[in-house]
Design a protein around this ligand. Structure first.
Ligand code: AP5
Ligand code: MG
Length: 216
């Protein structure tokens, strides 16, 4: 099964994807994570991505698809993919169709996380992750069980994303509204869109997604 998690910055795409990875053995392909890895490695792509991401703008469509295709090629053919943060433009949606078709894959669901944008700024600015394993946390909604110690790997260093400041978040939201939201009708016409209340707590959102995947 291959699915897209769609929703504005802070909607919970990454949070839900990592749950599905743990519970269903699916593979998460987050284009944001892929670009952040390139930034860390200091590659040419990374240098370009760093500037674009800090501004809250979108990385170019064709190059993004090429990079994503390389990641798809590393996966076992039967691995179910969760696309997290891709596609983000109508062109990327077309390119995804090509990436899927040429690999004999089909798209099963496009799950839209419906959220209240005002609440998202709080979610994003409170977010932090374990520097060692990447597990996500939040100042208010998801603190480590033991203060300062990662629940998953025991790491004690945490980090925050440079694009998680209020100003960049506003640009990221505007990009979502202008370029990403218009993809929904395309998938709707194909009968693929399922909506989930992304304002519910993390476990409830997870249950709602699991129900969709199980056809319940
Ligand atoms: P990307 O990394 O994809 O960021 P984003 O879309 O802005 O989304 P986020 O990762 O901020 O949010 P999320 O939905 O994953 O929420 P999360 O689960 O963390 O992209 C970053 C940048 O990379 C882009 O701006 C662009 O420049 C570039 N880029 C990436 N993909 C691209 C593409 N395809 N094309 C071009 N450019 C691209 O949750 C947020 C917080 O809320 C967490 O702390 C979490 O614990 C908490 N939380 C989650 N769910 C809940 C809940 N139900 N209740 C309470 N708290 C919750
Ligand atoms: Mg994310």
């Amino acid at each position: 099964m291959n699915i897209i998690l769609l929703g504005p910055p802070g909607a919970g795409k990454g949070t839900q994807a990592s749950r599905l990875v743990a519970e269903r053995g699916m593979v998460q392909l987050s284009t944001g994570d892929i670009l952040r890895a390139a930034v860390r490695e200091g590659t040419e792509v990374g240098k370009m991505a760093d500037e674009i991401m800090k501004a809250g703008k979108l990385f170019p469509d064709e190059l993004m698809a090429q990079i994503l295709g390389e990641y798809m090629d590393k996966l076992a053919p039967d691995a179910g993919i969760i696309f997290d943060g891709y596609p983000r433009t109508e062109r990327q949606a077309e390119l995804l169709d090509e990436l899927m078709a040429s690999r004999g894959r089909t798209l099963d669901h496009v799950i839209e996380l419906e959220v209240d944008e005002d609440a998202l700024v709080e979610r994003i600015t409170g977010r932090f992750t374990c520097a060692k394993c990447g597990e996500g946390y939040h100042d208010t909604f998801k603190q480590p069980k033991v203060g300062g110690v990662c629940d998953v790997c025991g790491g004690t260093e945490f980090k925050r994303r440079p694009d998680d400041n209020a100003e960049t978040v506003r640009t990221r939201m505007a990009e979502y509204r202008a370029k990403t939201a218009p993809i929904l009708p395309v998938y709707e016409a194909r009968g693929l869109v399922k909506r989930v209340d992304g304002m519910a707590d993390i476990a409830h959102v997870n249950d709602a997604i699991e129900a969709i995947l199980d056809g319940r």
